[in-house]
Design a protein around this ligand. Sequence first.
Ligand code: UN1
Length: 505
Amino acid sequence: MKTATRYLNFIGGRWVEAASGRWFESRNPADHGEVVGEVAKSGAEDVDRAVAAAQKAFAGWRLVPAPRRGEILGRVAAILRERKEELSRLLTREMGKVLEEARGDVQESIDTAAYAAGEGVRLMGKTVPSELADKFAMTIRVPVGVCGLISPWNFPTAIPSWKLFPALVSGNTVVFKPASDTPIVATEMVRILEEAGVPAGVVNLVHGGGGDVGMALVRHPGVALISFTGSSGVGREIAGECGKALKRCSLELGGKNASIVMDDADLELAVDGSIWGAFGTTGQRCTATSRVIVHSKVKDVYLQALVKRARGLKLGSGLDESVKVGPLMNEARRVEVHSHVEAGVKAGAKLLCGGRPASGAGLANGWFYEPTVFDGVKPGDALAQEEIFGPVLSVITVDSFDEAIAALNNSKYGLSASIYTRDVNRAFRAIRDVETGILYVNSSTIGAENHLPFGGLKETGNGHREGGWAAYDIYTEIRTVYVDYSGKLQRAQIDNRPQGQAAPR
Ligand code: UN1
């Protein structure tokens, strides 16, 4: 038997095996007989070593001028650009998304690196006037310390880059725990950081499961910040631990995103957007369109076109460029998606297409699932409430704009939303009234650009935003600095106020 390539942890600038000496496999979800590689199965001991290395490196890295740190990220962008095609292919093999989307994933990390490179010469603070004479007031940004970065498998290069690159440019050191479903792409990302010149100990990589490695990182007293993207259930547990330790914590969690299709919508555009939003990445995006809220006047025409398109989507290995829908990530995902579908059927929703694991030529060894559309779903039904993270779209019918907005907001999540309408007044009302962190007008619920803030309301997160300038609020502390050059004691709120008199109006 051919032995699989082995992928190691990266600690203190050295590639090392896990302390346990054990390994786990990463397999191709489109062909689960194919082992993409074996990966160091780590635990709390490896986390301890990685945190110690990151703490040691922090002393030097925080003093490297930010523009110099930015230059390293500039090199990261260049290497990613050079290796885009090869990385995209690896990403498709390890995670399953179709090649075109894998290229988009890698492109998002290139864009994030380029933005980070530029941010090295900004990292702006503010200067404001002091209320006292001969006194200067300003804020500066300082790094937080050792950051524990825990990333999901659905965007194996983009989401790690949203965390790693701003953290590094800001002067933090990191311990990175990628999803155990996509450890090999993550290893390549760290190799690129190493090649670009990130000093030893600044980036550390520890592979393994959430229970063994992730929670050890969350609970580690040497870690100052946790950034996590994943399920709301795990996010809640992490938030609890971080809360107890008063640790900075940024969470990007579930979504149950809806598109509103109004009676004046461009229906062809709406169908395009629904197909892309619901079945792109096999529905495995936090931003996936999981509900469509359609006006009764256009419902029949919209649904007919939608179902026809959904039925015609080609499934298969994402490496085949004619394929539109790849597999689900793993067997457990497929079991879970199917259980949501079965419960929906039982509850009386009308299954229009799909609804079962896909079979057929070339699909037997992958975790494929048929693109699924349900009609007759009510806003409060489980199908309209629970995040499914699979190719399942539920259609809710309404008779008015107000009813549509109420249905959209009837969710514990609030990541992204979209509205199809040609009426500018309705568009602006939606901009005002949706309870989501992201809204698209006349476009799908997916496709956020990296240089704008990304995140959501309610149980989607805890108030932070990744992406663009907003990410830098996660990875820096604000230090407020006063410089008094008067040479005497000046007391704020006291010395500049005439005694016993009201302030001038
Ligand atoms: C995610 O699903 O977790 O907006 C991220 C989008 C992508 C990022 C999705 N740019 O769909």
